[in-house]
Unconditional design. Structure first.
Length: 178
């Protein structure tokens, strides 16, 4: 079935809608709704809690108790790598005295710890032996020069003494730098 709408029927429908909007708008005053129609509700007290089964929560007297300030948790403590600088030792060994604490600020040249190192002990021992060998080689060279000047030894013996003195000097220099 086909419906045909005329201009009059459309105009009447539009007019009715417009009229109902105007009537609805005019029912309220220009200051808002009618004060007799307004209902005020109380806000709930935030310190009061309502529970469904209050018998599960008995009321008890407040009392003071001593407790330890400790929190037992699992975890791993690691240093802040952005604030850490590695400290390298020239020789390995066992730390016998630590002169600073973890997290303390340190300055360049400050002694952080003492190390008992067999490597360092061996190096000092070698240095002392090389110094003694150098002194002996110097005396032998001086004696060889004196004997050569008197014609008591051959030039090759003088050269051997000079070579031994130079080698002993190189050993001391190497141990000093080392």
């Amino acid at each position: 079935m086909k419906r045909i709408y005329s201009f009059h029927s459309i105009a009447l429908t539009a007019g009715g809608v417009l009229l109902s909007l105007l009537v609805g708008a005019c029912s309220e005053s220009k200051w808002g709704p009618d004060p007799s129609q307004v209902r005020v509700e109380k806000a709930p007290d935030p310190s009061v809690i309502e529970v469904q089964h209050p018998e599960q929560f008995p009321v008890v007297t407040v009392e003071e108790r001593a407790s330890a300030d400790a929190l037992l948790v699992n975890g791993v403590v690691t240093p802040d790598v952005n604030r850490s600088v590695p400290v390298l030792s020239m020789a390995g060994g066992r730390a016998v005295e630590i002169r600073t604490k973890l997290g303390a600020d340190v300055k360049k040249g400050q002694v952080l710890l003492e190390i008992d190192s067999p490597d360092v002990a061996a190096a000092f021992s070698d240095y002392q032996k090389f110094r003694t060998d150098e002194l002996l080689a110097q005396r032998q060279y001086e004696r060889a020069k004196l004997l050569y000047s008197k014609g008591a030894i051959a030039q090759k013996d003088l050269e051997v003494a000079e070579d031994a003195e130079q080698k002993a000097s190189v050993d001391v220099q190497t141990a000093t730098l080392g």
